[in-house]
Design a protein around this ligand. Structure first.
Ligand SMILES: Nc1ncnc2c1ncn2[C@@H]1O[C@H](COP(=O)(O)OP(=O)(O)OP(=O)(O)O)[C@@H](O)[C@H]1O
Ligand SMILES: [Mg+2]
Length: 222
């Protein structure tokens, strides 16, 4: 289903090159819930960005169902993302020009669904997350935890083949974190989504199908 081969990613920090991912290989054949842990700065976000076709690695290969993803034009990459990828960003990235309901409906609208239908679906989805009273608000007035739940709803509404979740429960209290985490993992199973969750929360990691840590730029199963 998804294959990464000899992925290298490095950045220049000032004049100093930093090798973040080194010869990283990763192969997954079936939709599963996968965890990635690693200290701050180890490359979790970089790896998710590469899988989400947001960043291009310096070298390596990336295949999704035999499609050579790194060879696609920018337009094709955008289409690929719209069709296949749901992304819960580490910093939410909700759009302030739209209210909460529209933020969640947006992936459906971008995929050609009628505005009113998409908003109805978003409303039902937001109810599951206890956010029905926040639907008409702009994201900026919500609490950090509420924003995070909106971001989860937005990433999952189109039932993506691949869900990338970067610290999806980072700003939630323990109880809400547990509910949101369970929601993500249960819904991923139901929808046959390959879900990759980067997290610092070792308690949650144990509930996933497979777990890796990033060590010296490579993924090691733990
Ligand atoms: N665009 C960039 N330019 C320069 N350096 C970058 C860039 N993106 C990431 N880095 C560096 O690469 C390293 C890995 O960053 P990354 O965001 O992937 O870490 P992370 O594991 O997600 O950390 P955290 O747990 O804090 O979110 C860091 O040292 C970071 O400063
Ligand atoms: Mg990160």
């Amino acid at each position: 289903m998804l294959r990464l081969l000899e992925i290298e990613q490095k950045y220049l920090q000032g004049n100093i090159p930093v090798n973040v991912l080194k010869n990283l290989d990763f192969k997954i054949d079936k939709p599963k819930n996968i965890g990635i842990i690693g200290p701050s700065g180890s490359g979790k976000t970089s790896l998710l960005n590469i899988i989400g076709l947001i960043e291009k690695p310096k070298s390596g290969k990336y295949f999704f169902n035999n499609l050579d993803c790194l060879d696609l034009s920018n337009l094709r990459k955008t289409e690929f993302r719209k069709k296949n990828i749901g992304y819960i960003f580490q910093n939410n990235q909700l759009l302030e020009d739209f209210n909460v309901q529209e933020n969640v409906a947006l992936p459906l609208i971008l995929n050609g669904e009628n505005y009113n239908k998409a908003c109805d679906k978003a409303m039902n989805f937001l109810r599951l997350f206890g956010l029905e009273k926040r639907m008409t608000f702009k994201p900026g007035v919500l609490s950090g935890g509420e924003q995070q739940r909106v971001a989860v709803a937005r990433a999952m509404i189109k039932k993506p083949s691949v869900l990338l979740a970067d610290e999806p429960t980072g700003s939630l209290d323990d109880n809400t974190a547990e509910i949101v985490f369970k929601y993500i993992t249960d819904l991923s199973k139901k929808n046959n989504t390959l879900t990759i969750i980067a997290t610092h929360n070792t308690k949650f990691i144990k509930k996933l199908d497979i777990c890796f840590k990033i060590n010296e730029g490579k993924l090691i199963e733990i």
